[in-house]
Design a protein around this ligand. Structure first.
Ligand code: GLC
Length: 741
């Protein structure tokens, strides 16, 4: 008996003995959930085995990474997209999980948000979409996208914030802060130089350092250094021969070196192509490498990821140490403690009234009144018969277009919104006008609309024209849509022209009515050969769940439009510097950005090309006067930042309105080629009729500097500078100059 007891005692002692080195420590890592994150990171790292470290840096499913279950480190769940929370998909597939409680509110696309030029809207947007992500228990929102609008043919421009690095920088920061206030990480994408879609997986981009630093990086830099973004998504394309998802210069030298990024670099889905490069060039989390979890051999297919078994085997063969691995794990743990294991994150909200109101408010602020002759808008109060023409008045736009596609709780179309608004006040008739894309499904989400129509284009125009004869106001709703070669991920547009036979419909309507408003649902510039025959043009963007209500309130005059363009509308494609001299587009292999820093208005002004509608252009139902531009000093030291410019804005019309005042800087004496002017400040002010306000801008050395490729840094040259105040890039109101000593 004694032997038995002593053996038992020994056994108990053994298990109670301090764990030997080779046994992992099983105590939970969240001993003190309120400890500083860095302590929690080091604590967790010290307890993880090599295999657990390898597991945590790559996906376990289409949109999740495994964490470390043994230690209570939570999984990390990602979700698209920048405009709303994507419906749940299968564990290993893009196909729908067919949940019935994952419909969302679709906010306006980011071109619309950029068009508000309202930093408060950007923050409200981030908070609202962050709440929906949090409610859906997602930890990383795969957005916003801030790739620069280099060409009007890029299929994903609708997801981004326009052609100007300063505007995109100013709008991305509050969005990121808003999302992250909900305990959800923003994942700013696609870093970097993802400016075309067709060959995004293969195109190898090169460009000058000036163009890189002055045009393509600023919005990412602002998101990191001012917005404190917790994650960044590497893009598919190459930069100077190396894939962006493991590009040493972009990720190690610039992002983590110069900008001090402490978050996690997440690959685009399938953007990883090399274990060696992923290890050494700064990738932290691998997603979407091709596997459906089933076809890749007997073992768990996720083990075949570049940063999975191949990495572990390199370590075990002594070909690489674990220093890089520990850095990746620290970043993934930090991301996890900021989100999934953030102990005081809010609970979120889904499809709330507040979210509907956010969607509508942002759409109303982002709608741009491009043209309005003879006060054709707002629609006359005594209008009794309104005719709406065009497929885009009825076609759902929240489904399709790529990874930003959504399953919405509802989508109020332009026709729905106008009918609801004018119910009991005026009859709102509809004519199809043209047939474009009758499909309506993406990844298994269906619109349920049957848009098929047997009538010929000629018949459709005849019917619309006939109905237009007896209408007090005609609203044509067209533009682009989310099908291939329009506003759609993975493809690019083939030209600037409106698709289908929309131009014929518009011209036919213009011939029979003097009250024609053309409304565009699109995320890109389009050519308008009929512009002189049309009284009003309105850019509605893709405005999401509340599009129709926002449009109706603007066209009726209930809301005074206040949006301005975040990119230039050219008259023809080669007006854009990227397409000058017949440059090839899209590029399957190498492309050098010969347009350099002359992107958007910078390029139009460099070549004195008059745009159809300028960057920063947008009208109001009232008028504004600019006066009294004053500078605090005529001469400043190169490194001073005391220069301030103040300007007075007056509402000289008879109704309240908001105006976006833009401040541009010019450096006419530069030793290097510089744009004729560059946006370096803006403010949106709301004024009652007759009311004035003074706006003050602080001009800092950063606003005056150019990126000096020789010195490899920003440089302010002595000499004359000009402060240009404009209502748009083409509508300069006031100008003053000063000297930098
Ligand atoms: C897509 C997109 C990216 C998206 C990701 C996940 O290919 O490029 O924006 O977030 O894959 O869907």
């Amino acid at each position: 008996m004694n032997r038995l007891l002593s053996a038992l005692a020994a056994a108990i002692l053994l298990t109670a003995a301090p764990l030997s080195a080779q046994q992992p420590d099983n105590r939970p890592v969240y001993l003190d959930p309120d400890a500083p994150i860095e302590e929690r990171v080091e604590d967790a790292l010290s307890r993880m085995t090599l295999r657990e470290k390898i597991a945590i840096i790559h996906a376990q499913s289409k949109f999740s990474a495994p964490g470390a279950p043994r230690l209570g480190i939570a999984e990390l769940w990602c979700t698209d997209g920048p405009h709303g929370i994507r419906p749940e998909v299968m564990w290993d597939e893009w196909d729908q999980a067919r949940w019935t409680n994952d419909s969302c509110i679709a906010y306006p696309a980011l071109t619309c948000l950029a068009a508000t030029w309202n930093r408060d809207c950007a923050q409200l947007y981030g908070i609202s979409i962050g709440e929906e992500a949090r409610y859906r228990e997602k930890d990383v929102l795969l957005g916003p996208g801030v790739n620069i609008y280099r060409t009007p043919l890029c299929g994903r421009n609708f997801e981004y914030m326009g052609e100007d690095p300063y505007l995109a920088s100013e709008m991305v920061v509050p969005y990121v802060q808003g999302v992250q206030s909900q305990g959800v990480a923003a994942c700013v994408k696609h870093y970097a130089l993802n400016n075309e879609e067709q060959h995004r997986h293969t195109v190898d981009v090169d460009l000058s350092d000036r163009a890189l630093y002055e045009i393509y990086l600023p919005a990412f830099k602002a998101a990191v250094t001012e917005g404190d973004a917790w994650s960044i998504m590497g893009s598919y394309n190459k930069y100077r021969g190396t894939y962006a998802c493991h590009n040493h210069r972009l990720l190690i030298d610039i992002l983590k070196g110069e900008w001090g990024f402490d978050g996690a670099v997440i690959s685009d889905w399938g953007g990883v192509h090399s274990t060696e490069e992923a290890i050494h060039n700064g990738l932290d989390l691998e997603f979407g490498t091709w596997t459906d979890g089933l076809r890749e051999g007997a073992s768990n297919a996720y083990d075949t990821y570049y940063m999975a078994a191949p990495y572990l085997e390199m370590i075990e063969r002594g070909e690489v140490g674990t220093e890089e691995l520990d850095d990746k794990v620290r970043r993934v743990l930090r991301l996890t403690f900021r989100t999934a294991m953030n102990n005081d994150k809010p609970y979120g909200a889904m499809c709330s009234e507040a979210h509907s109101e956010t969607a509508r408010t942002i759409a109303e602020e982002g709608i741009v009144l491009l043209k309005n002759e003879r006060d054709n808008l707002p629609i006359a109060a005594d209008a009794k018969r309104i005719l709406v023409v065009g497929e885009n008045a009825i076609k759902m736009m929240t489904v399709g277009g790529g990874s930003s596609s959504l399953k919405v709780k509802y989508e109020c179309s332009p026709l729905d919104g106008l009918r609801a608004y004018y119910a009991g006040r005026a009859e709102v008739a509809f004519a199809r006008g043209y047939v474009g894309d009758v499909t309506g499904n993406y990844n298994g989400v269906v619109t349920g609309q049957d848009l098929r129509d047997k009538r010929s284009p000629k018949r459709l125009i005849e019917e619309a024209v006939e109905m237009a004869q007896s209408a007090d106001h005609v609203i044509f709703v067209g533009g682009l849509n989310k099908s291939d070669n329009q506003d759609c991920e993975g493809t690019d547009r083939k030209g600037l022209e409106l698709p289908y036979n929309q131009n014929d419909v518009i011209e036919a309507l213009a011939a029979v009515t003097d009250n024609l408003t053309v409304v565009f649902v699109s995320g890109n510039a389009v050519a308008m050969p009929w512009i002189d025959e049309v009284e009003s043009v309105v850019q509605l963007w893709y405005s999401g769940s509340e599009a129709g209500n926002a449009l109706a309130r603007v066209l009726s005059g209930e809301v005074n439009p206040s949006g301005k363009l975040p990119f230039t509308f050219g008259r023809k494609l080669d007006d854009y510097m990227a397409h000058a001299n017949g440059a090839k587009f899209p590029n399957p292999k190498k492309v050098f950005y010969h347009d350099d820093i002359f992107v958007g208005y910078r390029g139009f002004e460099e070549r004195d090309i008059e745009p159809l509608f300028a960057f920063g252009h947008g009208l109001s139902y009232t008028t504004f006067e600019y006066s009294d531009l004053k500078l605090t000093s005529r001469e400043i030291e190169a490194n001073a930042s005391v220069q301030q410019a103040s300007v007075t804005i007056t509402n000289t019309g008879n109704r309240p309105g908001k105006e976006i005042v833009q401040l541009y800087v010019a450096d006419p004496e530069a030793s290097v080629a510089r744009p004729k002017k560059e946006l370096k400040g803006f403010a949106k002010v709301e004024l009652q009729p007759g009311e004035s306000t003074t706006v003050t801008f602080t001009i800092t050395p950063e606003h005056l500097a150019f990126y000096d490729e020789i010195k490899g840094g920003w440089h302010v040259e002595a000499g004359e500078f000009r402060v240009i105040i404009g209502a748009s890039a083409a509508d300069v109101r006031l100008e003053e100059s000063f000297v930098v000593k």
